[in-house]
Write a protein that binds this ligand. Structure first.
Ligand code: ASP
Length: 413
């Protein structure tokens, strides 16, 4: 997509977000009539996730040519994920310890979170590991479970590198298929402004319009403020990492805005993945890096979710008047990191995996009911930070690996 085009789309998306908030706020449920536009946009994105992830990871790994390069690419990527996610959790913990958003709430009975707990597929740490290996790839694809598809694609792509000539032919096929997928994403982006407008306005309308929404937020206002300020601080820290380690700056951020706003509109990093890849491509990140790091990042690197899970668990403890010592906060740190890795890139997935964190330190899972009313709202911000973390990661990995990796040809190059 040309720069003029993507700038045009960016302005249109910003207009979409703002007018979505205003119309949802003032016209309430009338706006639900337009929600079909958001559904069309989301369906288009969701529909392309599996073929996009499959072709991009296979072509990225296969074109490394040598399995040892995968070690370097994978090593730097995972190290970056680990460091930044840990930073995010620490910010979440520090913010709640300073602001103490739950201290004056004194909740003993906040209602029941049974619906979430019963629908929850990932309740323990071993579930996360089990979910990575699929007994049936087609079933995983049908349910958009991306992690097992990524694992399979990495191994499949790695197997090509041992085949020499045959491997090259198939690799070329996957590279071409991936470029065609990205072309489709470029077309889907034209739907983004209207789609995001409708998603945002319908969500505020569903919350009952402006007044009802404000009441919800004020009820747990300090919690909302704590999470938002933590996310803002982490956004800046990631920018600093981008600047000093990734050696990129505002122009990278502005190219990524399309993806960040799509994340805000869809509350799903998986649904945003196609757009994130398109933006990385436009920013001239090495194609192999984009294709490997972004699909992986969209499912396991969730800084915003990790920060949120830690902050929310401590908030619940405060609201119930339960004191968590340093040892228990360390457990929150570890489990929040793992819970974020286990959370799928779909709306409000973090709320579900938070049960892992609460169980680990013996907090009442019903406390989740406290967060329900505003979770959809905070979800949008943490999803944008999740995507921003992936984008910065791609830039960092690009800087440290691309010299050793000849670029693949993509449609923007
Ligand atoms: N909605 C988030 C995402 O897709 C996950 C979560 O925190 O609920 O990245």
């Amino acid at each position: 997509m040309s720069q003029k085009h993507s700038l045009f789309i960016l302005y249109a998306i910003i207009t979409g977000v703002i007018s979505g908030i205003i119309t949802g706020w003032f016209f309430g449920t009338t706006m639900l009539k337009f929600s079909w536009m958001g559904t069309v946009f989301l369906n288009a994105l969701k529909g392309i996730i599996v073929p996009l992830v499959f072709t991009s990871v296979v072509s990225s790994v296969a074109s490394l040519g040598d399995i040892r390069k995968l070690g370097r690419l994978g090593g730097i990527t995972v190290a970056y994920y680990f460091v930044t996610t840990s930073l995010a959790v620490i910010i979440g913990l520090v913010a709640v310890n300073i602001i103490k958003p739950g201290a004056n709430l004194h909740f003993n009975d906040v209602g029941s979170a049974d619906a979430i707990i019963n629908n929850n597929e990932i309740a323990t740490l071993s579930d996360i590991l089990i979910s990575m290996v699929s007994p049936n790839l087609f079933a995983s694809a049908a349910n958009t479970q991306v992690l097992p598809i990524i694992l399979f694609s990495v191994l499949f792509g790695a197997a090509f590198t041992t085949l020499e000539k045959q491997g090259n032919t198939v690799n070329e096929f996957f590279t071409g298929a991936n470029n065609a997928m990205l072309k489709l994403v470029g077309w889907i982006m034209y739907l983004a402004p209207l789609g995001i407008f409708s998603l945002v306005s319908a969500r505020i309308a569903k919350a009952g319009g402006g007044d009802a929404f404000l009441k919800e937020v004020i009820g747990v206002g300090l919690h909302v403020a704590t999470v938002l300020s933590g996310l803002a601080i982490h956004f800046i820290i990631l920018f600093i990492i981008l600047f000093f380690i990734g050696r990129r700056g505002f122009s990278y951020l502005s190219t990524m805005l399309n993806a960040l706003l799509t994340a805000f509109g869809t509350a799903s990093s998986s649904a945003t993945l196609p757009i994130t890849m398109e933006c990385a491509d436009e920013s001239k990140i090495n194609g192999k890096v984009t294709r490997f790091t972004l699909p992986l990042g969209s499912t396991i690197n969730m800084d915003g979710t990790a920060l949120y899970e830690a902050a929310a668990a401590l908030f619940i403890a405060q609201a119930y008047g339960i004191e968590l010592g340093v040892g228990q906060q360390v457990i929150v740190f570890i489990t929040a990191t793992l819970a974020a890795i286990g959370a799928a890139g779909i709306p409000e997935a973090g709320l579900v995996t938070m049960i892992i964190v609460l169980n680990a330190v013996g907090l009442p899972t019903d406390g989740i009911a406290l967060l329900l009313t505003v979770d959809w709202f905070l979800d949008r911000f943490r999803t944008s930070i999740n995507v921003w973390g992936d984008a910065v990661g791609a830039a960092v990995v690009d800087r440290y690996t691309s010299a050793a990796l000849p670029d693949v040809e993509t449609k923007n190059k």
